[in-house]
Design a protein around this ligand. Structure first.
Ligand code: GLN
Length: 451
């Protein structure tokens, strides 16, 4: 009830929730009370969560924050959602995001932007909460839920977490089921939590994760008790610092932040090693080929017939055209155009195939690194939170936001962003830890040494 009240008071200004579901939440909470009374409490009993509007919710509107899904109401629940509710969690509502999770500032949502609860010291201009999981990060930062679901295709959990002073982890590809989550780029998409602390994120991921026969890319490996691994320290942990991430034009405050992070891990007993990930500079351009290619294919299903919006034409082709022209926003259309171009006959080998080869090289860089280190430490973002409109007019500037995060998705690895202090403007900054496949536990342990 306290959270529902807080949402009522703050959401009009923050716009983190696109749908609040108080009756649903109170009904789930009642079931929780009953289980607690019976002595049958589960891992997340009664914990109020926000759910990104990319996760299908049974009987509750799901839009991916696109006009094209209209009032689409799924008849099924995402597996990750089911896992959370089965663990006793309570859903407060659906959270805003960039349309189809395409963006880094939550400015492309059909429901309008999310406003970060943070301001620069002595200033009043409104800042972005990051994206695409901007509703998730802002809701957690503003106390409008205890934690939230999110998805990360190229940084959409870690970057918004960094910009709002919250913790976000993108698990290993295959750790969480993608079933019932609106697809963006299927070989990169992963679900994960945004939470207030490393411990909360560990507890929540433990309930979200697990093999699911309904997602053929979900991996059948046991989910460890992440919480039990906390509090044991990181003595002897080998931390890699990749020299290629010291990109040209890196600001002094990001460089200083990284240096501080190295010192904190060293003080906690870790050893620091300079490493090389030579193909890093190709990750961002290759990502912006692979992700739009897969998106253009996934978005073919929105045709005005199967889901949501339909703008009828004289025949079926015109209906497709009218619906897609009216339903997709500018950034989504840009991705479809890039995607169909790089997949088209004549360009496939030069762009898509080449990007896939680069992807393999990026993964091999990490395979090699794991011979000498256990985790890799980098900044999460190249800059602190920016103001509305600062990057939205320049797609390349926006894409550069993802420079430190996309490699993790390209290689299928787990990555966590942990709050690491404030910028010179008084706004949050995050550090990223990248781990070996299915070694999220070590990320939580190292994350604790930073937060
Ligand atoms: N900002 C990146 C993009 O727009 C990543 C988005 C995401 O991870 N969903 O593609």
């Amino acid at each position: 009830e306290a959270h529902i009240e807080a949402i009522g008071a703050a959401n009009p200004a923050i716009n983190a929730y696109v749908l609040v579901t108080p009756e649903h939440a109170l009904a789930q909470a009642k079931e929780s009370d009953a289980r607690i009374a019976k002595g049958d409490a589960r891992a997340l009993e009664g914990i109020p969560l926000g759910n990104k509007d990319l996760f299908c919710t049974d009987g509750i509107r799901t839009t991916a924050c696109s006009k094209i899904l209209g009032e689409f109401t799924p008849t099924y629940e995402s597996t990750v959602g089911s896992n959370l509710w089965n663990a006793g969690a309570v859903m407060l509502g659906k959270l805003n995001n960039d349309e189809f999770a395409m963006g880094s500032s939550n400015e492309t949502s059909a429901f309008g932007p999310v406003v970060s609860p943070w301001r620069r010291t002595g200033k009043t201009d409104k800042l972005v909460p990051g994206g695409s999981s901007g509703g998730s990060s802002a809701a957690v930062a503003a106390g409008l839920c205890l934690a939230a679901t999110a998805t990360d295709t190229g940084g959409s959990i870690r970057q918004p977490a960094a910009l709002t002073g919250t913790v976000g982890i993108k698990p290993t590809y295959g750790r969480c089921s993608r079933w019932g989550i609106v697809a963006f780029a299927s070989s990169l998409d992963q679900a994960g939590p945004i939470a207030k602390t490393v411990r909360d994120a560990a507890i929540m991921l433990g309930s979200m994760a697990g093999h699911d026969a309904k997602d053929s890319t979900s991996v059948d490996v046991p989910v460890p008790n992440y919480e039990a691994a906390l509090g044991k320290g990181i003595k002897g942990l080998r931390v890699g610092v990749p020299k290629e991430y010291r990109v040209e034009g890196m600001s002094k405050e990001i460089e200083d932040l990284w240096t501080k992070g190295i010192a904190w891990l060293k003080d906690a007993g870790a050893t620091i090693h300079e490493i090389s990930l030579p193909h890093t500079k190709y990750a961002l351009p290759a990502y912006y080929i692979v992700a739009p290619a897969e998106a253009s294919s996934n978005l073919a299903r929105y045709d005005g017939v199967r889901y949501g919006l339909r703008v009828p034409g004289r025949d079926i082709t015109e209906t497709y055209e009218n619906t897609r022209a009216a339903g997709f926003g500018k950034e989504v259309r840009r991705r479809i155009l890039i995607g169909t171009y790089v997949l088209s006959a004549g360009y496939y080998d030069a762009y898509y195939l080449k990007a896939q080869k680069v992807r393999t090289l990026i993964k091999r860089d990490f395979d090699e690194a794991w011979n000498t280190v256990d985790v890799v430490l980098t900044p999460t973002t190249p800059s602190p939170a920016f103001a509305f409109g600062e990057k939205s007019g320049d797609p390349l500037a926006m894409y550069l936001e993802d420079i430190f995060t996309v490699t993790v998705n390209m290689a299928g690895l787990p990555g966590i962003s942990v709050p690491a202090g404030l910028s010179t403007e008084g706004t949050p900054l995050g550090l990223q830890l990248i781990g070996k496949p299915f070694d999220e536990g070590t990320l939580f342990a190292a994350g604790e040494a930073i937060e």
